[in-house]
Design a protein around this ligand. Sequence first.
Ligand code: ADP
Ligand code: MG
Length: 395
Amino acid sequence: MKIIVQKFGGTSVSTQQRREMVADKVIDAIKKGYKPVVVVSAIGRKGDPYATDTLLSLIDNEKAYLEKREYDILMSCGEIISCVVMAEVLSKRGLKPRVLTGGQAGIITNDNFGNADILRIDTTKLINYINEGYVPVVAGFQGMTQSGEITTLGRGGSDITGTALGAALKAEFVEIYTDVDGIMTADPRIVDDAHLIETMSYNEVFQFADQGAKVIHPRAVEYAMKVNIPVYIKNTMSNSKGTLITASRESIGRIITGITHMSSRTQISVEYGEENQNVDDVFDILAANKISIDLINVFPNYRVFTVDSKLEENVKKILDELKLKYTVVSNCSKIAVIGNGMRGIPGVMAKILKALKEKNIKVLQTADSHTTIWCLVKEEDTTNAIKALHEAFEL
Ligand code: ADP
Ligand code: MG
């Protein structure tokens, strides 16, 4: 039985016309001999009536009067509504849909409400429905604990539902349908002439996703990578080939694959003063407070790192308590230049710095790994920096 999983994002199911296009994709797959399992996100994006953010705005978001468990019940509604609406379209087109919540589809998670991890997936029910000729339509982004509590998987979690189900069902492949033709060399909303990357390795996509490109959730990539299942990122609204993600590295010959960024970063430099006994403990203390830091550089006279801007006040408080001297640069953006091909190739960093300098963009900090080079810039320089690098590497 050739099962595939087709996941459709919020914009793909946002209008009647688009839902018909979704039905086209499902029917096409059936015609090709596949047994599709459909996964959907909530209808639309922020501001649309049944989007998750809109549902959340019905209750106070400043102060949490409710426990996280209750939020998850509200947040799970968007996908449930979307499933039924989508199922009706499929039914009108002559298919036999079967709507399932995450829990009903057998997705068992831990009880980390709001950001639950999948513990296992019991596919018995799904397989039975498929054998009976149904097209399962599964609510993305949600699961259920062993004891029957509804949980959600975190923002972008429908992608996780897609690849985790694909892995559990031993699907031939997983298709993630969205509103762009696939993974592009940069966010097409930032760079007009960004172009489609036809093949990528799991690793590269993971880096891309983890460093801010929200086209697929990084954890979704991990699920696919674990069982080596091919993933396509495709456009619901076009017939583009999309991006094929596999383990193999077709990227040979290409130094840089693409550019992404993460905004709302704050850079903090902590000085080593004569009396600063506490400086050696800083990283330990931040870790104990569950504050994740990155772009860490240690110098003889100071240490520098960045944090999510949301944590800036928290970090300052901790440093004040330790009586440390420090400086803060708020509103930064971390640009990530990604590519498997840069391993061992000299001069990539130099080229990046030159391209940014030519555009008068100040680089606050850099870091690099085998496959990624990061540059910290001021947030207002983000667009120009990405455009400059895109041009410099002739992406
Ligand atoms: P969905 O609702 O379908 O899950 P998302 O908004 O989560 O869609 O992801 C798709 C969006 O990701 C695109 O509209 C695009 O603006 C953004 N994006 C960011 N970086 C990239 C990239 N490198 N390639 C393609 N899309 C990207
Ligand atoms: Mg998404």
